[in-house]
Design a protein around this ligand. Structure first.
Ligand code: PDD
Length: 284
């Protein structure tokens, strides 16, 4: 069965979906996006993803062509049409197109909205048992990383470099401090058992999974410090892990070939992953 995707009000087979070559998303990456995970056919943490989309649109003055409620209906319709049980719904909203290439744009421009589903094993991912290996990589992104734009070339290049080096992903570095993973938030557990992650600012994406996870970590009584940490501190940590909508929590077992802790997925990372998934499913 061909996948059904959504383009500007229509549900169409993917081979029939059309977006203009003059679309600013295509020409300038003038677009924002969200990825919501799906478990048992249900959307996980979706209210947070839609709220962040609305914020991204406000920051960039991109128009929302539909309401938050309508967006959710479209997401659910796609899950149903594609019989998606586990994976994600990708949503991209571009500023639109004015029929030519021009850096600037007028007020009358109408946005382009595209959504599609992607099937993926989220619960039984092999990365949970193995953990992932990351390499450190220079964070060359722009200064508004809090806005979820499709300008993802730095992340693509970084992840490609990681794969070429035999690793799974990157931890990005700025002035010696870890900002984020290639497409995730980054955390360590210190030898004293404190959870450390970078505080929210324009330097990182305000992860929706991060928000839920921090609340749950607090409820389990874990000591939390939201502060900057260096690569050296991460390498000396007891555990390291990442979070995102497409991974939930994945343990990090090596950074630049140096094993973290005993080189195995850490118990706290796995515990937080379990608690997150249980809670997410209960709230879906
Ligand atoms: N990426 N930081 C970056 C740079 C990200 O790209 C992502 C998510 C996150 C985690 O955010 P959240 O928990 O809301 O998914 C942090 C998505 C999954 C992607 O680009 O596919």
């Amino acid at each position: 069965m061909e996948r059904i995707v959504y383009v500007n009000g229509a549900y169409v087979p993917e081979s029939e979906a059309k977006v203009s070559v003059f679309d600013r998303g295509f020409l300038f990456a003038d677009a924002v996006y969200e990825v919501t995970s799906v478990l048992d056919g249900r959307l996980i943490d979706n209210a947070g993803h839609i709220a962040r989309l609305e914020r991204s649109c406000r920051e960039l003055e991109i128009k929302m062509p539909v309401t938050a409620e309508e967006l959710t209906s479209i997401q659910l319709a796609l899950i149903e049409k594609n019989k998606l049980v586990e994976g994600g719904v990708y949503l991209q909203l571009t500023r639109g197109n004015e029929g030519d290439r021009d850096f600037s744009y007028g007020d009358a421009i109408e946005p382009t909205l595209v959504l599609f589903t992607q099937a993926k094993k989220l619960i039984d991912s092999p990365k949970v048992q193995s953990g992932i290996k990351v390499i450190s990589f220079d964070d060359i992104r722009w200064r508004r990383r809090d806005i979820k734009t499709t300008s993802l070339l730095p992340a693509c290049l970084a992840k490609h470099a990681a794969h070429a080096a035999g690793a799974d992903d990157v931890w990005l570095l700025e002035n010696g401090y870890v900002t984020e993973g290639g497409s995730s938030n980054a955390y360590i557990i210190t030898q004293e058992g404190t959870l450390v992650t970078r505080p929210l600012s324009n330097d990182i994406l305000h992860g929706i999974t991060r928000a839920a996870l921090m609340k749950l970590a607090q409820e389990t009584g874990l000591k939390i410090e939201e502060r900057l940490f260096t690569l050296e501190e991460a390498m000396q940590a007891k555990e390291a892990f990442i979070s995102s909508a497409t991974t939930f929590v994945w343990p990090v077992v090596a950074i630049d070939d140096q094993p973290i802790g005993n080189g195995q997925p850490g118990p706290m990372a796995l515990k937080l992953r379990d608690i997150y998934i249980q809670t997410a499913k209960a709230c879906a």
